[in-house]
Design a protein around this ligand. Structure first.
Ligand code: ATP
Length: 356
């Protein structure tokens, strides 16, 4: 089967007869993206607000070759011409979701690594559920009304970034104590262990774990450090904290490496595979890195509460390879894997299948 063509000739125009430059916003996972790109011989460009960030001076192997500095990252579209001149290929990260937004991002006249349509599916919780449930993946139950609640729940506000202000309640009675006004979703609070699974889907690779039109790779896993929820237990029960005016948050402050019981890997691969296959049916497929975020219960059932359809910051713990990616290729980071995919597409004249 031939992978769908994502990019039109118009999108690929700036790359004609030129070597691409790997570009991204100077934040999130940029060190890894630039480091990996350099290892594979690409030029690199960092997009920054204000002036070029100094911290790259401390990491010479990951410092971009050039910078594009803007008063505001939201203005990136106004600098598309410069990016096109540099034959930039944008690597989307959480910073694009956060600062540029799906609407502006979808219209940028600059080639993007992966299928840019995917951002609209990940940033809308309703669409995300349609995709994941349609894929047959187990998700936490969603309550349409608080009167249906029959166990612990988590209330997520729409657009709440990083889980700030989420509400946790042990039962319906406790939930009734909260006045929830903004648009939100009430979800079953799944009790178990969190895993953030880093996959890479290559439509070009016809070897390995075959999936969709190509192949699925497992590059790593992490768990997020979430302030202040991870440490709250040290201070006492939630009720007491609430009485003191302290609300739990899930703001991510860092990441730690984890591995999964090996016997659970087949199920994890099946989940990744179903998500990729459904994405091909829904919007022409997801290309490159994505992260399946879920909770493994004591019954060893994995509940997916979210998907990030791009490189996640949790991959930063594996800049020199992970226990999984080392068995794909030694020292392979997700950033480097992106560069390798681009290199292969250039060699095989298949850029239209991995860029959009
Ligand atoms: P981010 O933008 O950082 O990904 P978000 O605002 O999209 O966050 P989620 O990723 O859905 O929010 O959830 C944030 C955190 O809340 C998760 O990392 C996890 O710790 C916890 N969480 C989310 N859903 C559930 C659930 N159904 N059961 C238990 N914990 C959950």
């Amino acid at each position: 089967m031939v992978a769908p063509r994502l990019a039109s000739d118009r999108v690929l125009e700036p790359l004609e007869g030129k070597d691409p430059t790997i570009a991204t916003i100077c934040s999130h996972s940029s060190l890894q993206i630039f480091h990996g790109a350099r290892l594979e011989g690409f030029r690199t460009l960092g997009i920054a607000r204000g002036k070029a960030p100094r911290f790259y001076d401390a990491f010479p192997l990951a410092k971009p070759d050039m910078f594009l500095t803007l008063p505001k990252v939201t203005e990136i579209g106004e600098h598309a011409e410069r990016l096109r001149r540099e034959a930039a290929v944008l690597v989307p990260t959480g910073s694009f979701v956060e600062y540029v937004g799906p609407e502006r991002f979808s219209k940028l006249p600059v080639p993007v690594f992966g299928n840019r349509r995917v951002m609209e599916w990940e940033s809308d919780r309703e669409k995300e559920r349609v995709w994941l449930e349609g894929a047959g993946v187990r998700m936490p139950r969603k309550y349409t009304d608080s009167s249906e609640v029959d166990g612990p729940v988590i209330v997520k506000y729409y657009g709440a970034k990083g889980g700030r202000g989420f509400i946790l309640a042990k039962n319906r009675h406790e939930l009734d104590n909260f006045r929830i006004v903004e648009p939100h979703v009430i979800q079953e609070y799944v009790i178990g262990t969190r895993y953030y699974i880093h996959f890479f889907y290559s439509p070009l690779n016809d070897k390995g774990y075959r999936c969709g039109d190509g192949s699925l790779e497992l590059l790593g896993m992490d768990r997020r450090d979430e302030a202040n929820i991870d440490e709250l237990y040290k201070l006492g029960s939630q009720e007491e904290l609430l009485r003191s005016g302290i609300r739990p948050t899930f703001v991510v402050t860092g990441n730690v490496p984890v591995v999964l019981r090996e016997s659970l890997l087949p199920e994890i691969f099946e989940i990744g595979e179903k998500i990729v296959e459904r994405s091909i049916d829904l919007f022409g497929g997801m290309v490159g890195p994505f992260c399946v975020e879920g909770i493994m219960t004591e019954k060893l059932e994995f509940y997916v509460f979210e998907i990030s359809t791009r490189i996640v910051a949790g991959t930063n713990v594996y800049i020199n390879g992970s226990p999984y990616s080392d068995m794909v290729a030694p020292g392979l980071s997700t950033g480097r894997r992106i560069a390798l995919e681009l290199k292969r597409a250039m060699a095989e004249d298949r850029l239209a299948e991995i860029l959009s």
